[in-house]
Ligand binder design. Structure first.
Ligand SMILES: Cc1ncc(COP(=O)(O)O)c(C=O)c1O
Length: 451
């Protein structure tokens, strides 16, 4: 299948849409009702981009499965795009949240639990000082502010096709000529990111040095392995160069572990001995309860403290009344201590070995020009024959129609993949039977494409 029959693909998509519609009458009914009160009929507008022509309404979720209002059971390989990487409703987190709910949720005062979390974060990630927010987006926004403040520099640097949440400075890509431009559909930016941000390709050391050498970059914001345009690993030695060059030019290095926490208990940072100035992380750390963290070095803290005007620290752009609330902290403590353990990762990695081997076997059987990339308990197949080195190469291989078909085919057969990617995340609650079912369905989808 070196070239895809596009007419056939269109027909197949139509047939799957029909099947989806017929088999989800209650979701359709709820969607019609939702449209009367919710913009687009969904809690967030991007949710209309799911593969079906309307979203599946969930009844409940446990472990690696959920059921919908039409009574279908699904294997969840999306797991809230990492927010539910623990598996849904992990028992230890649920218990901690229940207990805390009866003792107060939000006070703007610390509980003792927060110290246990701080100490755990020191052990896991190697950075000495920590703060809390509610989303990874906010954690990233706050550290960029800190970095600009202490360096006195105006710019940040990101990689082409990165994603770090709804952070204004990051919605920038390189066009086909390699010129920075605001990302298409960047909604109402207050400042065009070409004025706030430098963007280069991942794995390009020469471009990094050129960008940093001007001396105006406060921080590089990086996922240690790119995960939001497929999985793109750093070339050997890239992280050493990134660290060396950021130090050489006085730029602070922010490692965003929000997805790469899939690489181990201390994320990619601990697994590969990275030494960032800041580390940010959100999504699964409180078992699905909103919570995020950002950590930094003592040197960063000292520089920041020297400039901080304490009387105005509540209105300086880094804040959040609910940040560090007792419920999030209790959930985080239980999740770190009892759920995201080394045993969790060992089991999930074994299952991901099986998942990846299943997909690779089908790719080989049919000689498809596709690849599978892997990081810890996360894997993703991509419609190109060789691993991309950077975001630009990966983006060039995006095939929205084929993505849509593969997702819808899976959804109609009880499998939820991560939207906007072909990504599967595995929790220890996923079973061997779940993985086998995916391999069978993936093979069936390929057979249907070949005809
Ligand atoms: C690497 C990375 N950082 C940050 C975020 C933002 O997370 P949130 O939407 O929970 O703020 C995301 C979301 O996908 C992400 O992939």
């Amino acid at each position: 299948m070196q070239t895809l029959d596009r007419d056939r693909l269109e027909q197949l998509i139509r047939a799957e849409e029909e099947l989806f519609h017929q088999s989800h009458p209650k979701s359709f009914e709820l969607y019609q009702r939702a449209r009367q009160s919710l913009h687009g009929g969904v809690p967030m507008l991007w949710m209309i981009r799911w593969a079906g022509s309307f979203p599946v309404f969930v009844r409940e979720a446990h472990g690696a499965h959920f059921t919908d209002v039409d009574g279908h059971d699904y294997i969840d390989f999306c797991l809230g795009d990492t927010g539910a990487m623990t598996g849904h409703a992990p028992a230890a987190t649920v218990k901690a949240v229940r207990d805390q709910l009866e003792k107060g949720t939000t006070l703007m005062l610390p509980f003792e639990d927060v110290i246990a979390v701080g100490e755990e974060l020191q052990r896991r990630f190697g950075l000495p000082l920590w703060q809390f927010a509610l989303t990874a987006t906010d954690a990233n926004r706050f550290v960029l502010r800190m970095a600009r403040m202490i360096t006195g520099r105006p710019k940040v640097l990101v990689f082409n096709y990165c994603y770090h949440g709804s952070v204004d400075e990051t919605f920038i890509i390189l066009d086909e000529e390699g010129t920075p431009m605001s990302r298409p559909n960047n909604m109402g930016p207050q400042v065009d990111p070409i004025y706030t941000t430098k963007v280069i390709e991942f794995n390009d050391i020469a471009a990094l040095e050129t960008a940093l050498s001007a001396g105006d970059v406060a921080a590089v914001l990086a996922e240690p392995v790119m995960t939001n345009i497929g999985i793109i690993h750093p070339d050997p030695g890239y992280h050493e160069e990134l660290r060396k060059l950021t130090r050489k030019y006085g730029t602070l290095l922010v490692i965003d572990e929000t997805h790469t926490i899939c690489a181990g208990p201390g994320g990619y940072t601990a697994a590969h001995g990275l030494k960032p100035d800041f580390l940010t992380l959100g999504k699964p750390i409180a078992g699905g309860i909103p919570a995020s963290i950002y950590g930094f070095t003592r040197e960063v803290a000292d520089r920041f403290d020297q400039m901080l005007v304490k009387d105005d620290s509540d209105v300086g752009g880094i804040g959040g009344t609910l940040a560090g609330n007792a419920l999030s902290i209790a959930a985080m403590r239980a999740t770190f201590e009892q759920v995201l353990t080394p045993e969790f990762y060992a089991k999930a990695f074994d299952l991901q070995d099986e998942f990846t081997a299943g997909v690779e076997a089908v790719i080989q059987e049919f000689g498809l020009p596709w690849i599978v990339k892997r990081l810890g308990n996360r894997s993703e197949y991509w419609f190109r024959p060789t691993p991309p080195k950077n975001g630009g190469q990966a983006a060039a291989a995006v095939d929205h129609e084929l993505d849509r078909y593969m997702h819808l085919f899976a959804l109609n057969r009880g499998i939820l993949m991560t939207p906007f990617h072909n990504m599967a995340l595995i929790s220890p609650e996923t079973t061997h039977a779940d993985v086998d079912h995916h391999t069978r369905v993936f093979r069936e989808a390929v057979v249907s494409l070949i005809g």
